[in-house]
Design a binder for this molecule. Structure first.
Ligand code: FAD
Ligand code: PYC
Length: 420
């Protein structure tokens, strides 16, 4: 068997560098927006791009534009800490998030793009008997639904994560944990880029640096969006703009029950492999995993005050670091390399909003708050289904906006770290 010739040899790479990278084939085109499409999706994050992909793949609708005000994945999709799991309490949440994990498992193959999904397991710590009881409830609920999850004793956790502080007298003593072994992390940019490339390959126009600034509504329906690059008409519109959802809704003439808050994260200098699992403490909100580059990816709960500032408050940074260092004393000598924030859109019951908006041909995918990266594959598929058929998919039906009138809330306040 002869070895396959690499597509880019070392010499070719050097030549590309010296010539200003003129020989690369772009992964997607950058077309001028057309005046009219069958469908327009506002927001080029994971959910918008996944929706465009599914409109083309599942429904054969390819005359589609994704309109992104900045660059693909530059919002929360490229700012998140990439945890993918389905350990939720309510059946509706378990169904939709587990369907997403199922898609993630085959996504690299489906998109022919390596999203580096690493199913290393996610461990949620309990620091008291009462917290252990809370985890038991969630694990029981998941097992009843047939979703893999189990409890770990204190000794089992300490054996799996030897760097955890074993002292029973520290502020966050380890009493036990819950583990979902199928959970893990993936490369966030690759998820956005993979969907973008696949959608582009099926004829979708991906239009970056194009800000939607208004809606033209005629006869009670959206006729067009006004953008920084002209007016664009379509039959049907979808919006997946995360922290900009309340503002876009206001431009379309309705309100959404969402609060925009900064969620921050940070990474340490790189280390040799020392932490296999994702480890999270719901009670103190801190969580940590180790990236493929060796950096510790660290985050915590929401900022105390609603804001659109994508940097985060230093007090919160200090609070998160204090918790991480108390749980992992060995990390106390590490240097922090970078810190950043994203604007997330939190709903009153910590569950997303998927469904029709008050304007008939405008559909919503928003309110994922601190936990929507794990839902990118299914969230996009649901938005595409709504836009193509005008009806809910079985999985999205419980998440409609009308639940805030009917009172059928899907309370996931305790669905894991950063969700409270
Ligand atoms: P985004 O990726 O934010 O995309 C929305 C896009 O809309 C943006 O690119 C924006 O520029 C564009 N846009 C906005 N307004 C307009 C306009 N007027 N015109 C055109 N375009 C517009 N989730 C998890 O599941 N696991 C995690 O570990 C996790 N960690 C997180 C850590 C942090 C620090 C943050 C901030 C979030 C985290 N999340 C996590 C949440 C997750 O990132 C989001 O729920 C998810 O990325 C939302 O995806 P999206 O496509 O809806 O939004
Ligand atoms: O949804 O798992 C999650 C998460 C962790 C940190 C932020 N969101």
């Amino acid at each position: 068997m002869t070895a396959r010739k690499p597509r880019y040899s070392a010499l070719a790479l050097l030549r590309e560098g010296l010539r200003g990278q003129r020989g690369w084939t772009p992964a997607w085109h950058s077309p001028e927006p057309k005046r009219r499409y069958d469908a327009v999706i506002i927001g080029g994050g994971g959910h918008g791009l996944s929706a465009a992909y599914h409109l083309a793949k599942d429904h054969g609708i390819t005359n589609v534009a994704v309109i992104e005000k900045a660059w693909l994945g530059g919002g929360n999709t490229g700012r998140n800490t990439t945890i993918i799991r389905s350990n939720y309490f309510n059946r509706a949440s378990q169904d939709i998030y587990d369907a997403s994990v199922n898609i993630y498992e085959g996504l690299s193959r489906e998109l022919n793009y390596n999203i580096m999904f690493s199913q290393r397991g996610s461990i949620e710590l309990a620091h008291s008997a009462a917290e252990m009881e809370g985890l038991r409830r969630v694990v029981n609920a998941m097992q009843v639904s047939g979703i893999e999850s189990s409890l770990l004793s204190r000794d089992e956790v300490l054996a799996m994560v030897p760097l955890l502080n074993p002292s029973p007298d520290c502020r966050w003593p380890v009493v036990g944990a819950a583990i979902q072994r199928r959970a893990g992390v993936a490369r966030h940019d690759a998820v956005a880029w993979g969907y973008a490339r696949a959608a582009d390959g099926m004829g979708v126009d991906i239009i970056q640096s194009c800000d939607v600034t208004g809606f033209r509504i005629e006869g009670g329906r959206v006729k067009a969006v006004e953008t920084s690059r002209g007016v664009i008409e379509a039959e049907v519109f979808g919006m997946a703009v995360a922290g900009a959802s309340p503002e876009l809704a206001r431009l379309a003439g309705f309100q959404l029950p969402l609060l925009c808050v900064t969620l921050q994260a940070m990474v340490s200098e790189p280390l040799k492999p020392c932490l296999h699992h994702v480890v999270a403490s719901t009670p103190n909100g801190a969580y940590v995993s180790q990236s493929d580059k060796g950096e510790l990816v660290i985050g915590g709960g929401l900022e105390p005050v609603p804001s659109f500032a994508r940097r985060g408050d230093l007090r919160k940074t200090a609070e998160v670091i204090a918790s991480v260092v108390e749980m992992f004393p060995a990390f106390s000598t590490l240097k922090l390399m970078r810190q950043w924030g994203g604007t997330v859109d939190t709903s009153p019951d910590n569950s997303p909003i998927l469904g029709p908006s008050p304007v008939p041909n405008l559909y919503l995918n928003c309110g994922w708050g601190t936990g929507g990266f794990k839902a990118v594959p299914i969230g996009g598929k649901m938005l595409a289904h709504l836009m193509a058929t005008g009806r809910h998919h079985r999985l999205s039906a419980p998440f409609g906006l009308e639940r805030f009138e009917s009172g059928r809330l899907i309370d996931e306040a305790h669905a894991g770290v950063a969700h409270d």
